[in-house]
Design a protein around this ligand. Sequence first.
Ligand code: NAD
Ligand code: ZN
Length: 367
Amino acid sequence: MNAPRKVEVSGEAGYSIEIGPGLLGDGARLARALRGRHALVVSDGNVAPLYLDGALAALAEAKPGLSVATFTIPPGEHEKTLERFTECLHALSELGATRDATVLALGGGVVGDLAGFAAACWMRGIDCVQLPTTLLAMVDSSVGGKTAVDLPSGKNLVGAFHPPRAVIADTSTLRTLPDRELRAGLAEVVKYGAIFDAGFLDWLESHAEALLARDDAALAEAIARSCAFKADVVARDPYERGDRAMLNFGHTFGHAIETEQGYAGTTGDGLNHGEAVAVGMVLAARLSAALGRAGAADAERLQRLLERLGLPVRIPAGLDPQALLARMRLDKKADASGLRFVLWDRAGAARIVSGVADEQVLAVLRE
Ligand code: NAD
Ligand code: ZN
């Protein structure tokens, strides 16, 4: 096995992200991330049948005295609830988990957010090790310490900042990921290039086919570079008081689309998060051009790359621009002076801009 790639998140609660094939079978590596004698592995009904037994066997061999329990939820965003969170705490209680216990999150962002939040709350905070199995979780949700569950009234309304103790991303798990989930993750990868590094956008353009074909080397490179961007911004702004909000590029539009269609992406008949962000990035780039900040050619280039990656770039039919605007006004990103967006100065460089007028946003929504 090639040595895994390693990305460090610096800071007081620093940790490392390890990326490579077969890492879930490497019991010694998993065991090194665990401090105490108790571990709860949280997973979902798609991931557990594929990867849970292997990870448990590897752990048992490397750390024979470990007392392990598992907690598996049905798959899907609608399971990221307070009810599942409570069940997870009961599972920790039944395990007899002490303050040096570890929660392992084996799955996508839903499992990672739920398990991370349970770890943040159990005895006021125990270790969480993220074992992401979706591309989105590898490049985004497993890194940075944001944990949460949803309420019926909105996504991620209850949560905590609780950095993981370690992130171990086994890239072999991506082989079983549905195509659509792979593409959703690629949207977030493109986002890093769009806001931080035009050179990375060039690289993505020349590796689009390899990424879609799940070429191991291309995926590992894309994940490591994405994690490095995220690690850097998270280390500078762990609690999202400033720069970290740059990661919301495409998300103001994207969240409005997701909410307006009622999170239909989770049931398969609407855009999922990554798809909505793809559309949102194109809209944000166009808004940047309309405001004279960045060139229209850059926006077209971004659109072409997303299209090549099989991602949508237009607002789904039937969504009303006025309704989308109303959603954006209710989002966390609005203030009294107008809407706040992450806008381009040019491809690879963005900044947070407040006070964008409704008419300008509407014009882009209607294009
Ligand atoms: P997900 O966890 O729902 O996973 C997507 C689907 O893929 C699920 O059906 C899952 O069971 C399945 N799956 C996962 N891994 C698989 C594998 N290797 N093989 C086959 N199937 C597999 O969705 P996601 O896109 O990973 O995460 C979305 C969630 O992440 C949202 O709840 C979002 O709010 C959250 N998120 C959090 C952060 C953060 O900073 N905490 C950032 C971005 C997103
Ligand atoms: Zn996102």
